[in-house]
Design a protein around this ligand. Structure first.
Ligand code: G6Q
Length: 536
């Protein structure tokens, strides 16, 4: 692919940027009093207001031209039709097939994957129903009441986020816990008040070799068997979500209780695979299906809607505009819904593991910035901590506000306070408060500069009806596809994660050095000293 910075549309954007850079959001609203209704996309049940961005109609036109020049539409089709776009691992990327309706046909290596996806979904459904209605009993005959998902990274963040997001819809007679960290304290706290007779472990690991997950699975097995006695209990208290049947069976899990998936599902794209088993048990197969339908609706929107109304495309391109032209380093995600408290953490992996890449798909060093840093917390909590820097600091931080018109719990006045705050933040960031406006409030002159808000700080607002399983699916898919859009523009592979490997390998070297104090150390002087400190 042509170097991004040498493309015609990039050069046009650069030229446009130098004349446009100083235009403020206030100017843009003055120039066009309909901006607040024109820079809006209403698609797939999402109201997406991007009017408070530092873009004109011309900017958007040039950004869409960039997407076209980089072949976004063809790449998108390649992903949806199972081409091996994960070139470094020679794999298709078919998380969108996981939510395709029964009866559709999507080929990977010439083979329709949809029937096997639905076979796993049906199997998950049967199992989830048994657990939910108390039919799935433990080794001593007691119904299972506690579900502990053990997994890490992509085998943890989606399940935790979805459980928290959909807690309102979850079976309240069941307890859900999530263990990920190799720090034994994570496991110990998760099970401290649980009874092994009533506890089911879901060992979620695509590879079934991940150090953290295997260590926690062994701890869970020892904890269970201490009370239950017999190895035969494992089959009633452990199920696995994995692609590695051989290792699962070695662990002692009944092959009938393996929920499989495929190598064309990347870890951080796996929450709609069998990795979602804990979510399905929590909300039930019907509501889980509604979540999948929401994902699919967004997939279809992304696949078929023209670029200029396509929400993930617009989001991805705005990200490029700030990252590569304004030099913004980070992007805040600020859900105004407490159920979405783990959503920013989930997005951190999705966005940063995908697009934190320093070479192009062909292995050439990139000559431009890639992967924006994503971070955030639910509003209004963040307003009382880090929003200060977003409003009056020296950094440009585009924000995503996410809100719902209806609240799930019946406290309507609090819902008004919540949404008023979300809307007010976008307004304050964009328009600020001038020195004259501050003075009009009879402020002592020496305090005026401290109370000025320069404004011109961009934000998107996403408004949905309410936090349903379907709407959660749409939101996740929307970010997945915006990550893809950016990967195409930057010509990087968002679907591998070589960067997490080195630390894992080095840790394997250090483990025996910690356990055997006489083993000589051949690291650098800092690493040697740290190991020595621990050994003492
Ligand atoms: C995600 C990454 C990574 C992965 C974990 C867990 O895209 O590949 O976060 O999900 O390392 O891997 P396993 O599921 O194989 O245990």
């Amino acid at each position: 692919m042509t170097d991004l910075t040498k493309t015609e549309s990039w050069e046009a954007l650069q030229k446009h940027f130098s004349s446009f850079e100083k235009t403020t959001i206030k100017d843009l609203f003055k120039q066009d009093d309909k901006r607040g209704t024109r820079f809006v996309a209403k698609e797939a049940g999402i109201y997406f207001d991007y009017s408070k961005h530092r873009v004109s109609g011309e900017t958007m036109k040039l950004l869409f031209a960039l997407a076209e020049e980089r072949g976004l539409e063809a790449h998108r089709e390649s992903m949806f039709t199972g081409n091996k776009i994960n070139n470094t691992e020679n794999r298709s990327v078919l998380h969108t097939a996981l939510r395709a309706p029964k009866g559709s046909a999507i080929l990977a290596d010439g083979h329709n994957v949809v029937p096997e996806i639905h076979a796993v979904l049906d199997k998950m459904g049967v199992f989830a129903r048994k657990v939910r209605n108390g039919e799935w009993t433990g080794y001593t005959g007691k119904p299972v009441k506690n579900i502990v998902n053990i997994g890490i990274g992509g085998s943890d963040l989606g399940p935790v986020m979805a459980y928290e997001a959909l807690k309102y819809y979850a079976a309240r007679n069941l307890t859900f816990r999530f263990v990920s960290n190799v720090d034994g304290n994570d496991f110990a706290e998760a099970v401290s008040d649980l009874d092994p007779e009533e506890t089911l472990f879901i060992i979620s690991s695509k590879t079934f070799t991940t150090l953290e997950t295997m260590a926690n699975a062994q701890a869970a097995r020892a904890w269970s068997l201490k009370k239950l006695g017999s190895n035969a209990a494992v089959a009633r208290h452990f199920v696995a979500v994995s692609t590695n049947e051989k290792e699962v069976v070695k662990f002692g899990i009944d092959p009938l209780n393996i929920f499989g998936f495929w190598d064309w599902v990347g870890g951080r794209y796996s929450m709609t695979s069998a990795i979602g088993l804990s979510t399905m048990i929590a909300v039930g197969p019907d509501q889980y299906q509604q979540m999948l339908d929401g994902f699919h609706q967004m997939d279809e929107h992304f696949r078929t809607t023209p670029l200029d109304r396509n929400i993930p495309v617009i989001m991805g391109l705005l990200g490029i505009w700030y990252n590569n032209f304004f030099g913004a380093q980070t992007q805040a995600v600020l859900p105004y819904d407490n159920y979405l408290k783990r959503f920013p953490a989930y997005l951190q992996q999705l966005t940063m593991e995908s697009n934190g890449k320093q070479v192009t798909s062909e292995g050439e060093p990139v000559s431009y910035q890639t992967g924006t840093i994503y971070w955030g917390e639910p509003g209004t909590n963040g307003q009382h901590s880090f929003y200060q820097l977003i409003h009056q600091g020296t950094k440009l931080i585009p924000c995503d506000f996410i809100g719902f018109k209806e609240t799930l719990n019946d406290l309507p006045s609090q819902q008004d306070y919540l949404i008023a705050n979300m809307i007010a933040q976008g307004e304050a960031l964009a328009f600020g408060k001038t020195a004259d406006e501050v003075r009009a409030g009879n402020v002592a002159e020496e305090l005026v500069p401290h109370k000025v808000f320069e404004g011109n700080r961009p934000s998107s607002t996403f408004f949905l009806d309410k936090l349903t399983p379907a709407n959660l699916g749409k939101l996740v898919a929307m970010y997945e596809h915006s990550v893809f859009v950016q990967g195409v523009i930057w010509d990087i592979n968002p679907f591998d994660q070589m960067g997490v490997e080195l630390g894992k390998v080095l840790a394997q070297n250090i483990i025996p050095e910690l356990q055997n104090k006489s083993q000589p150390l051949n690291h650098d002087s800092s690493t040697n000293t740290l190991i020595g400190f621990y050994r003492q």
